[in-house]
Design a binder for this molecule. Structure first.
Ligand code: HEC
Ligand code: HEC
Ligand code: HEC
Ligand code: HEC
Ligand code: HEC
Length: 185
C-alpha cells in the first residue's frame, strides 16, 4: 500500500513534469494553428457528427464501438466500417459532401483515420469498459448525451475530468470495489 502510493506519486510527478515540458514546447505550434484557421475545425481529421449517426439515424453505439461489451477498450471503428455505408457517396441529386470524400480517400490509400483521442486516463489506471457495460452503466452516464452532440471536442462534464474522485464516488454509490489494486497497476 505504502509502496503503491510512492509509485503512483512518482508517476503523478512525472506526468506533471511531462505536461509542463510538453506544454512549454507546444505553445508556438498552437499559436500557428490558431492563425492558420479556426482550431475547432482542425481538431479532428474528419468532422464526424455523432448526432447524425446515433441520433437521427439511430445507429447503435456498439455498432461502431463494438468491443465495449467484451474488452477493456470501447474501440474506434476502422474506416472499413464507414465505407460499408459511405461507398455510394452521393445521395441522388446532391454532390458528395467534402467530409465523405476524405473518408473515401483514407480508405482508398489504406491509411487509418488519425482520430484525436479525447477520453484518456493515465497509464497507471485500469479502466475496463466491459465491466461497466455488464453492470448496466449506460454510455451516457459517463460520456453525456453523445447522440445529441455534433463533433466531439472535449470530455463531457458528466465525466468529472476523469479524476479519481469521480470513479470512487460512483463505486461508493453502486457498491463497486474501492480497492486500490483494481484500478491501479
Ligand atoms: C457510425 C459510427 C459511430 C457510432 C454509431 C457512434 N460512434 Fe462514437 N465515435 C465514432 C468515431 C469515428 C469516433 C472518433 C472521432 C470522434 O472522436 O468523434 C468516435 C468517438 C467517440 C467517443 C470519444 C472517444 C475518444 O476518447 O476519443 C465517445 C465517448 C463515443 N464515440 C461514444 C459514442 C456513444 C455513446 C455512441 C452512441 C450514443 C456512439 N459513440 C456512436 C463512431 C461512432
Ligand atoms: C450504418 C450506416 C453508416 C455508417 C456505418 C457510417 N455512416 Fe456516416 N452517415 C450515414 C448517414 C445515413 C448519413 C447522413 C446522410 C448523408 O449525409 O449521407 C451520414 C453522414 C456522415 C457525415 C456527414 C456528411 C455531410 O453531409 O457533411 C460524415 C462526415 C460521416 N457520415 C462520416 C462517417 C464516418 C467517418 C464513419 C465511420 C466511422 C461513418 N460515417 C459511418 C450513415 C453511416
Ligand atoms: C463508467 C464510465 C464509462 C462508461 C459507462 C463508458 N465509458 Fe467509454 N470511457 C470511459 C473512460 C474513463 C475512458 C478512458 C479510458 C482509458 O483511457 O483507458 C473511456 C473511453 C472511451 C472511448 C475511447 C476509446 C477507447 O477504446 O477507450 C470510447 C470510444 C468510448 N469510451 C465509448 C464508450 C461507449 C460506446 C460506451 C457504452 C457502450 C462507453 N464508452 C461506456 C468511461 C466510460
Ligand atoms: C457511474 C458509475 C461508475 C463510474 C463513474 C466508474 N465506475 Fe467502475 N464500476 C462501476 C460498476 C457498477 C462496476 C461493476 C462492479 C461489479 O461488476 O460488481 C465497476 C467496476 C469497475 C472495475 C472492476 C472492479 C472489480 O471488482 O474487478 C474497475 C477496475 C473499475 N470499475 C474502474 C473504474 C475507473 C478507473 C473509473 C474512473 C476512471 C470508474 N471505474 C468509474 C461503476 C462506475
Ligand atoms: C475506481 C478506481 C480507482 C480506485 C479504486 C483508486 N484509484 Fe487512484 N486514481 C484513479 C484515477 C482515475 C486517477 C486519475 C488518473 C489520471 O489523472 O488520469 C487516480 C489517481 C491516483 C494517484 C495520482 C494522483 C492523483 O490524485 O491524480 C494516486 C497516488 C492514486 N490514484 C492512489 C490511489 C490509492 C492509494 C488508492 C486506494 C486507496 C486508489 N488510488 C484507488 C482511480 C482509482
Amino acid at each position: 500500500m505504502k509502496r503503491l502510493w510512492l509509485v503512483a506519486g512518482a508517476g503523478a510527478i512525472a506526468v506533471l513534469l511531462g505536461i509542463v515540458l510538453i506544454g512549454g514546447r507546444q505553445a508556438p505550434d498552437e499559436a500557428e494553428m490558431a492563425q492558420a484557421g479556426d482550431p475547432l475545425e482542425q481538431s479532428q481529421p474528419i468532422q464526424f457528427p455523432h448526432d447524425t449517426h446515433a441520433g437521427q439515424f439511430l445507429i447503435d453505439c456498439q455498432y461502431c464501438h463494438y468491443s465495449a461489451e467484451r474488452s477493456v477498450d470501447a474501440g474506434i471503428p476502422p474506416v472499413e466500417t464507414c465505407i460499408g455505408c459511405h461507398r455510394e457517396g452521393s445521395v441522388a441529386g446532391r454532390n458528395m459532401p467534402e467530409e465523405i470524400v476524405k473518408v473515401r480517400e483514407y480508405h482508398a490509400s489504406g491509411t487509418p483515420i488519425p482520430w484525436r483521442r479525447i477520453y484518456k486516463v493515465s497509464d497507471h489506471v485500469h479502466f475496463p469498459h466491459m465491466r461497466h457495460v455488464a453492470a448496466g452503466v449506460t454510455c451516457q452516464t459517463c460520456h453525456g448525451e453523445v447522440q445529441e452532440m455534433g463533433v466531439l471536442e472535449e470530455v463531457a462534464p458528466e465525466a468529472g475530468d476523469l479524476k479519481m474522485g469521480w470513479c470512487i464516488s460512483c463505486h461508493l454509490e453502486r457498491g463497486a470495489s474501492r480497492d486500490c489494486t483494481v484500478c491501479h497497476y
